[in-house]
Ligand binder design. Structure first.
Ligand code: ZN
Length: 478
């Protein structure tokens, strides 16, 4: 301030003394003493915040690539100049902000992220990507950019840009390398601002095909028998993000021919199957799984995919559809194949209807696959060999290492671990008499049912994944 000729040395000393007594900010003290004007006070605040920004910037330097850093500088100067940002600026394709947001999205797509997270943090804005099921840190941007970034996403998702107090959701098409990706944008007000999560639906990344997903040949055969039936029900169960939809699409693509009328009810539609008639659930407009299913039955379908059996009405309609000559695919939220029987009985469906309609139940999860470029063998003295009953002199286990191909994580892509319960005549009888799940399990085991962890351990033995991954996914300790 002295350098800028705003105050003298004496005035500063008086100010400092006063400040010691009052504990107020030096600028306000000088203002209240009448040494500086309000205009000077503002100038002073800008100077100090500029200094602060500079030191903050140093901190970011480590994380932000140069290009982004320049964008940030341009963006912040733009917002300082304009005060508030108008919608026009948010839309302009040349705006640095639009470039920054595009960069955030493109980086995510290039890293094969399924979700892009924009998290307000006490010290700035954290950008993270979910890759192969795990969140990865990407960059840390100055706080000033939070609202502009959130607003830009809202414009893209055709959401209300003025509303920041309630959660909103929207969607956008994002052009990338001659194709269009679907973005599902969700905002949620939290302390410190709005949190944004963008789900990236990249139809070209969805690897359709039971083999691609990681089903073993002998099990694909088993599934094929059920898929080829003219009617009945096939259920896929597992937590969110366990690849249920991909399995269902893979099944549908096997039977997708001109001679079959396939309908789907989904929320959201993640992949477009040629020839299938797919519809998107729209609860606001009144298109729910139940109302949609009712109408589809009047559209002369052969095969119906019901995204999820959430309630009794949907479950009943789906069961009825499979009883009346349709092949129905659906999902349900349970942890394993056998307990989904109990779950459907709980919803209020008669055990007899369940046993006569359901042909097979697949329960599944995803584990990360070891990167083929860099995986290294587990040393022969590791206890892992004895745990799995493997002789280290004849076969090897592998562990992650990390290389440029896998972004240093040691893993690349994911593989399914699963169990397939066939409703055989004997299991049908057990369901009809409401036998305990344990009895069903015992009977299934005698008929060759392999539990999920057995399939998972087989994948460890084959060097596809690791024991840690399997323990994590199955919550079992090995
Ligand atoms: Zn690698």
């Amino acid at each position: 301030m002295i350098e800028q000729g705003l105050i003298t040395q004496e005035q500063l000393e008086i100010g400092i003394q006063e400040q010691r007594k009052s504990g107020e900010l030096l600028g306000s003290v000088l203002f209240s003493l009448g040494f500086i004007s309000q205009k000077d006070l503002f100038k002073l605040l800008t100077i100090s915040s500029a200094n602060q920004e500079e030191s903050e910037q140093d901190k970011y330097n480590a994380d932000i690539p140069l290009e982004i850093e320049n964008l940030v500088k341009q963006s912040s100067s733009l917002f300082q100049r304009e005060g508030a940002i108008g919608k026009k600026e948010l839309d302009s394709a040349y705006s640095p902000l639009v470039n920054l947001v595009e960069k955030i999205i493109v980086d995510g797509i290039q890293r094969s992220a399924t979700d892009i997270h924009i998290n307000p943090d006490a010290k700035g804005v954290r950008i993270r990507y979910r890759v192969d099921g795990v969140l990865q840190h990407s960059m840390f941007l100055p706080n000033e950019l939070l609202n502009p970034i959130v607003s830009r996403f809202k414009v893209m998702g055709r959401m209300n840009i003025a509303e920041s107090r309630i959660p909103q959701d929207g969607s956008a098409e994002f052009p990338y390398k001659n194709r269009k990706l679907d973005l599902r944008i969700s905002t949620f007000p939290i302390i410190g601002g709005e949190n944004v999560v963008v789900r990236v639906l990249d139809k070209s990344k969805l690897r359709i095909g039971l083999e691609n997903l990681g089903f073993f040949d002998e099990d694909i055969e088993k599934l094929n028998e059920s898929i080829q039936l003219p009617f009945g029900m096939i259920l896929v169960t597992g937590p969110t993000g366990s690849g249920k939809t991909t399995t269902l699409y893979s099944c549908l693509s096997i039977i997708n021919t001109v001679s079959r009328n396939i309908f789907t009810l989904e929320d959201p539609v993640e992949y477009q199957l040629p020839m299938a008639r797919q519809s998107q659930i729209n609860v606001k407009a009144g298109l729910t799984f139940a109302t949609g299913l009712r109408s589809i039955l009047r559209q002369d379908p052969d095969v119906i995919l019901v995204g999820e059996m959430r309630d009794a009405e949907t479950a009943e309609l789906a069961i009825r559809a499979s009883l009346t000559g349709h092949l129905v695919f659906s999902t349900i939220h349970t942890n394993d194949a056998i307990s989904s029987i109990a779950r459907i009985i709980d919803i209020g469906i008669d055990p007899f209807l369940i046993s006569t309609t359901i042909d097979c139940i697949v329960a599944q999860r995803l584990v990360r696959s070891l990167c083929e470029e860099c995986k290294e063998s587990v040393p022969p003295f590791s206890p892992q060999y004895s745990k799995l009953g493997i002789d280290p002199s004849t076969s090897q286990l592998f562990r992650p290492k990390g290389c440029p191909a896998c972004d240093g994580s040691g893993f690349k892509g994911r593989s399914v671990i699963y169990e397939i319960l066939k409703i055989t005549p004997k299991i049908r009888d057990l369901i009809n008499v409401k036998a305990s799940l344990e009895e069903v399990r015992r009977q299934a085991a005698t008929e060759g049912f392999r539990e999920m962890h057995e399939v998972a351990l087989e994948k460890v033995r084959r060097g596809i994944t690791t024991l840690d991954e399997v323990s994590h996914a199955t919550r079992m300790h090995f």
